[in-house]
Ligand binder design. Sequence first.
Ligand code: FES
Length: 80
Amino acid sequence: MTHIIKVCMGSSCFARGNAKNLQIIQNFIEQHGLDAQVELTGLRCCGSCSAGPNIYIDDEAFHNLDQGSVLDILEHKFNV
Ligand code: FES
């Protein structure tokens, strides 16, 4: 099954953590050999800046993410 990860790259989310979170996601995909299972895309501002940084995985929204919570979510989602 392919998982679709969308990272908000709007200026607020980007500045508040998604620049770093994107790197963490890319590293996680590479480290665990998940290239074939993940489609990673960026989004423009999705209108929820105050809840950001925002990431969507298979259209489930995750808010207020930092590096630790991003890793927790990915490990849970991919069972690694
Ligand atoms: S910049 Fe991400 S919701 Fe606005």
